[in-house]
Design a protein around this ligand. Structure first.
Ligand SMILES: [Mg+2]
Length: 352
């Protein structure tokens, strides 16, 4: 099953409403689609997006990596040697995690299609998944309405974007808590927006108010591992790394120094399913649970993340609402309220 051609195409997908975080406002996504063709007629599909402020990857750099070193590493190779090819992809260039994720997804899709199995079955399981819904950063009154709408749609866990001003953030959370039933769980994401001491002050106040908060994600700057540890050591609430953890190497550095309580894996940060498995395994070795999230990205790459999540015992939380923000209907992944289901057809279960 020789790889004979790798096609790269881009498409713009508008969002229903702008998506705001402490780092950026997104109005659309530039989905980059990759198709891996083989000499027996099977084709693997993958996708990725540029996210300048998180990965540093642009549309141009992703396309260049896919069409250059990654294609060179894979052409004429036997796609049945999945693990060998995945290593070739990782070694083909440094960084470029968004491009590597797209091709890793396509190779997994292809391999599962060759076995005529859904990808989750190839990866080792199909445990039930639920997703939280994200509430973008905005005025407290706007966020309150978005939270009430999400609860009405059946979501019992909300991911609240904060991090642009500590005192305003406390007001945002209090306003939301006042408007929703008490059993709804909150997960806060500061997207690096606080300083360590501000983070501790805000979290202590939230602890005093006894809100139903599962964890706080990425309180301080991505590179500030000491700051992450300082916050983790000085609060009771759990702290999760997101922008701090791209590769398994960074996961290991955070874990061995006990900088965080939880890890947020994203395929586009780590470079695909093969690396995501390593991070989730490392977390398990240290007793640290993982969430899988996504950038604002298409249903194709989120479906791949869901196959991985369904199969890995240490991936216990999902943040898969990105496709629900897009104007196009989700492909592959199936949403039923907060429950997420996967197609039982072969590969990712996506037909293009
Ligand atoms: Mg995050």
């Amino acid at each position: 099953m020789k790889i004979v051609k790798i096609e790269v195409a881009t498409e713009l997908c508008p969002l229903r409403v702008p998506f705001k975080t402490a780092l950026r406002t997104a109005y659309e996504i530039e989905n980059i689609l990759v198709k891996v063709h083989t000499d027996n007629g099977l084709m693997g599909i993958g996708a990725t997006v540029p996210t300048w402020v998180i990965t540093g990857d642009s549309k141009e750099s992703i396309v260049a990596a896919l069409e250059g070193p990654i294609t060179n590493a894979l052409l004429n190779q036997d796609a049945r040697n999945l693990n060998v090819l995945l290593l070739k992809v990782q070694k083909s260039c440094i960084n470029n995690s968004s491009a590597k994720a797209a091709i890793d997804i396509a190779l997994h899709d292809l391999f599962a299609k060759w076995l005529n199995q859904p990808l989750y079955a190839v990866l080792g399981g199909n445990k039930p998944l639920t997703t939280c819904m994200t509430i973008g950063l905005d005025d407290p009154i706007v966020m309150k309405q978005a939270a009430m709408d999400a609860v009405a749609q059946g979501f019992s866990a909300l991911k609240i974007k904060v991090g642009n001003a500590p005192d305003k953030d406390i007001e945002r959370i209090s306003t939301i808590v006042d408007a929703i039933p008490s059993h709804i769980r909150l997960r806060l994401d500061a997207n690096q927006g606080w300083k360590a001491k501000d983070a501790i002050r805000v979290i202590h106040e939230l602890e005093r108010l006894a809100f139903n908060i599962d964890w706080v994600e990425q309180p301080v700057h991505a590179k500030d591992f000491e700051g992450m540890k300082y916050v983790t050591d000085h609060v009771n609430m759990k702290i999760m790394a997101d922008e701090s953890v791209f590769s398994p190497q960074e996961a290991f550095a955070l874990l061995k120094d006990r900088c965080v309580d939880l890890l947020n894996i994203k395929l586009l940060k780590c470079g695909g399913i093969s690396e995501a498995i390593k991070i989730a395994d490392l977390g398990a070795l240290y007793g640290v649970e993982c969430m899988i999230g996504s950038m604002m990205e298409s249903s194709i790459s989120v479906t791949a993340a869901a196959h991985f999540a369904a199969s890995h015992p240490n991936v216990l939380y999902c943040d898969f609402d990105a496709p629900l923000w897009l104007t196009e209907s989700p492909r592959g992944i199936i949403y039923q309220g907060e429950d997420v289901k996967l197609p039982d057809t072969m590969g990712l279960g996506i037909i293009i």
